[in-house]
Design a protein around this ligand. Structure first.
Ligand code: AHR
Length: 531
């Protein structure tokens, strides 16, 4: 071959090869690597597994159809509880389930849901009939089947201290009282364990529109008389009583936190609490909610910007708590959070049915990371809600079931349950869309109880991949193995017809020349173990 044509061919092949590389991966070439260092010498607090809690309210198809189909259903079930849902939830190692609400809790009368059931109404959510076929025993059976624990919300709004006290006696006493005998006759002689108890729900709003002072008086009464009698839950195993806390960042919410915490600091022996709740949904406009599917990059970036406000909210309320409780005895429990979008067209607006996209997976990861970074104070959270309602893990349609992108994030985060927080330092970079600029990368690290090191990486940028060069202080980072979740579009979802459109795939990387580099896809959540 003549030298000139050889050079020409070589030049052409470089151009072709170059364009193939560019065609394959234009974004990576355009970006710098982000250096991330994990400092195992400075372990932080435990990331309480209760941060990964769930919420199941009597709302739409959340309980009925989502969990409960009844024992005579054609859908495979165990004592009326659907087997497919139980198997999926077991894999999440759900630490606790908050039940029966929500606003529903402040109108719930537990006696209607034991023995021969009373049919009542659900005025909060669609005004539908509440059959009460799923009651106390069915709930306890459900959490037992999924390997979880109970977080009960008692009725402070329209109930009485006596009604709530009797519910707890019914559930927890081992002694032969009339209520214990009734429980035994209903199939459960042994006392149940109730590790978490919510004293009211949103008492500043649907729970009775109370002022902080009025609620405080109720709290002290309920806290005094609603007791857990289970011998296994005394001393340091005691049930956590969780007071209603703030619902946002405005002045009325800071007043609320101030009032409760100040009173707690000056409390007398006769009442106590161990947690303060906080609710915060990701909503930009309550009157004109965003669509959960069929949106573009603008809405993707707007929602993620909005959700990051959780950081400021937690910081602000934690600072108030620090004033009255510097030892951090009281946990901040974010027991309602997640995306709240417009109801899906054709659905009952009172049922809060929405789709769940890769944007929600990103949103979940960003919030879980905020809670983990505040693990000293945030020792519980419950995403709203578990099945078929708001930012659900699972959606069902008769016998069909689909796992959402948010489900996959919760599954990928299982190693972080009760793991020790390990600080990471990195320059997050920026992702910009129009007038919105967000940190491009987020990350947390933790050591699990067996000593294994885990790293979570979120690439918020929906267009560009990014490479992360990982180093671990005091040791070599040789390899990374785990899973990554991404999707083709910002609004990609799983449907009953295409249930695996958004699902995690395996990822691994090995150090080369002493450097461990992990490549993150655009809009992705990645969890790897580092060795
Ligand atoms: O999760 C739906 C509702 O949102 C809950 O019932 C209520 O507590 C909150 O306002």
């Amino acid at each position: 071959m003549a030298r000139s044509s050889f050079l020409l061919t070589k030049f052409a092949s470089i151009v072709i090869l170059g364009s193939i590389i560019l065609f394959l991966d234009p974004q990576v070439l355009a970006q710098d690597k982000i250096q991330l260092s994990i400092d195992t010498a400075k372990p932080g607090p435990k990331i309480d597994r209760n941060i990964f809690g769930q919420f199941a309210e009597h709302l739409g198809y959340g309980v009925y159809e989502g969990i409960w189909v009844g024992s005579d259903s054609k859908i495979p079930n165990t004592r009326g509880i659907r087997n497919d849902v139980v198997a999926a939830l077991k894999a999440l190692k759900v630490p606790n389930v908050r039940w029966p609400g929500g606003c529903f809790a402040d109108e719930y009368h537990w006696r209607k849901g034991i023995g021969s059931r009373a049919v009542s109404l659900n005025p909060n959510w669609g005004g539908v009939v509440e059959p009460n076929t799923f009651g106390t025993h069915e709930f306890m059976d459900f959490i037992d089947q999924i390997g979880s624990q109970a977080y009960l919300s008692i009725n402070l709004g329209s109930g009485t201290p006596q009604e709530a006290a009797e519910w707890l006696e019914y559930l927890t006493t081992p002694l032969p009282t009339t209520l214990q005998k009734e429980r035994a006759a209903n199939g459960h002689p042994a006392p149940y364990k109730i590790p978490m108890l919510g004293i009211g729900n949103e008492s500043w709003d649907c729970g009775g529109n109370m002022t902080p002072e009025y609620y405080l008086r109720q709290l002290t009464i309920y806290s005094r008389f609603v007791r857990n009698f289970n011998p296994a839950q005394q001393g340091n195993q005691q049930m956590m009583k969780i007071a209603v806390g703030p619902g946002g960042g405005e002045a009325r919410w800071t007043d609320w936190t101030e009032t409760i915490m100040k009173a707690w600091q000056k409390r007398q022996w006769s009442w106590d609490m161990q947690g303060l709740s906080m609710h915060n949904y990701t909503v930009i406009n309550w009157e004109k909610k965003f669509a959960s599917v069929g949106f573009g990059e603008k809405e993707y970036s707007q929602i993620l910007k909005e959700t990051l406000k959780m950081e400021d909210l937690v910081t602000r309320h934690a600072a108030i708590m620090d004033k009255y409780d510097p030892e951090k005895k009281i946990a901040l429990v974010v027991d309602e959070w997640g995306s709240w979008y417009a109801p899906l067209p054709g659905s009952n607006p009172g049922f809060l049915v929405q789709q769940n996209s890769i944007r929600d997976a990103m949103l979940a990861a960003l919030n879980l990371n905020i809670f983990a970074r505040h693990a000293e104070r945030v020792r519980g959270s419950n995403i709203a809600q578990m099945i078929n309602v708001l930012q659900a893990m699972i959606m069902t349609d008769k016998e069909k079931m689909v796992l959402t992108p948010t489900y996959h994030v919760f599954k990928m985060y299982v190693p972080f349950q009760d793991a020790t927080f390990i600080p990471v330092t990195f320059n997050a970079g920026t992702y910009t869309n129009g007038d919105i600029t967000l940190p491009r990368v987020d990350a947390i690290a933790a050591k699990d109880t067996s000593g294994k090191l885990w790293l979570e990486l979120t690439n918020v940028d929906p267009n560009n991949a990014v490479e992360i060069e990982v180093s671990v202080t005091g040791s070599n980072a040789n390899s990374a193995t785990g899973e990554t979740l991404t999707a083709s579009k910002v609004d990609s979802v799983n449907t009953f017809d295409a249930p695996n459109a958004v699902k995690p795939r395996s990822i691994s990387a090995k150090a080369q020349n002493g450097k461990l580099t992990i490549k993150l896809d655009p809009k992705s959540v990645t969890v790897v173990s580092i060795s």
